[in-house]
Design a protein around this ligand. Structure first.
Ligand SMILES: [Zn+2]
Length: 321
């Protein structure tokens, strides 16, 4: 009897110290047949934890273990030669334009040449959507400590609210915090423009991922942004896009998906059944019990097989050769 393929459709090298060998060990342990191995490339990064995941390392892993790694590369679209680079790497075996994680709006014209290539080769494109936020960076010992503290506190949490009160009566703290503040601009924000792209490029398999995608998923759009507290009984923009467009997918990797779905198992089961042809299993390397979570939902056999690997295989098979 032929067993169904298992695919982790979202992994990287370097994150949590991952190497090709450590990923192979992970795959063997978890009985995963293949990993989609993705880049992260920004020429002018503003995210506090930016790490460059380069295309050469990804391609080397693929050439050494071609039956275990599916290589993907999303060049920074602000580079003039992004489209040419992508096409060159596609001819060498890169199978997707992922992970696209860049401080552009979906409406940016800079995306067009890259999306043209993706559409022509019918590539999957995993997108990281994330809203803008302030963060802090200092150089002196005190500044570094203060930055760490502010970075660690959630804006709506009580400790941060207490600090805000202190700032009102103690102006030096406010001035220092403002001096240390940097702004992360947000990744691929603007669902309206994403929707336009879905119709403009029907051959691209757009795969939703990232905090902004999951904040809005099954929720009143953009109203309640707290991942740990918001309910998932609504109908968000991502849900409508999944319902409306054949080329809209999502992966369930990273804490953003794990915590959102994990808050309400009954709802998660219904949603995974409903979108069984659209959802891809993935981890983004995070050491969270993703597989156990999907198993615990007791979804039907067909949905389980599709989500755990067959959807990823189908997407790759529909590429242009
Ligand atoms: Zn990722």
């Amino acid at each position: 009897m032929k067993t169904s393929p298992r695919v982790d459709a979202h992994t990287h090298l370097r994150i949590f110290g991952a190497t090709p060998r450590s990923l192979l060990e992970y795959m063997d342990r978890e009985r995963i047949d293949m990993c989609w191995l993705m880049s992260w490339e920004e020429h002018a990064p503003t995210h506090p934890i930016y790490m460059w995941f380069d295309e050469h390392g990804i391609h080397n892993a693929f050439t050494s273990w071609p039956d275990r790694f599916v290589p993907m590369y999303a060049p920074d679209p602000t580079g003039d030669d992004a489209a040419r680079k992508l096409e060159m790497w596609v001819k060498k075996g890169m199978a997707g334009c992922s992970e696209l994680k860049i401080t552009l709006d979906w409406g940016s014209l800079k995306l067009d040449p890259l999306l043209e290539v993706c559409d022509r080769y019918r590539l999957p494109l995993t997108m990281h959507m994330e809203g803008s936020f302030p963060w802090y960076r200092g150089s002196t010992k005190t500044e570094v400590r203060l930055s760490k503290l502010y970075n660690a506190l959630r804006p709506e949490g009580l400790p941060r609210k207490i600090l805000d009160q202190i700032e009102i009566v103690f102006a030096p703290l406010r001035r220092t915090r403002q001096r240390l503040e940097r702004v992360f601009a947000g990744y691929l924000v603007n669902f309206a423009e994403l929707e336009r792209r879905l119709t403009q490029y029907p051959n691209i398999r757009f795969i939703g991922h990232g905090p902004l995608w999951w904040q809005c998923f099954a929720d009143e759009p953009l109203r309640e942004r707290d991942l740990l507290r918001s309910k998932i009984d609504g109908y968000g923009v991502p849900n409508r896009l999944l319902d409306t467009y054949d080329n809209m997918y999502a992966d369930i990797s990273a804490p953003s998906a794990f915590h959102k779905l994990g808050r309400d198992k009954n709802m998660a089961r219904l949603l995974l059944e409903k979108y069984k042809h659209k959802i891809l299993f993935g981890t983004d390397n995070f050491p969270l019990p993703f597989r156990e979570f999907v198993e615990s939902l007791r979804i039907g056999d067909e949905a389980f097989k599709l989500i755990m690997g067959q959807n990823a295989v189908n997407i790759l098979e529909s590429r242009a050769r």
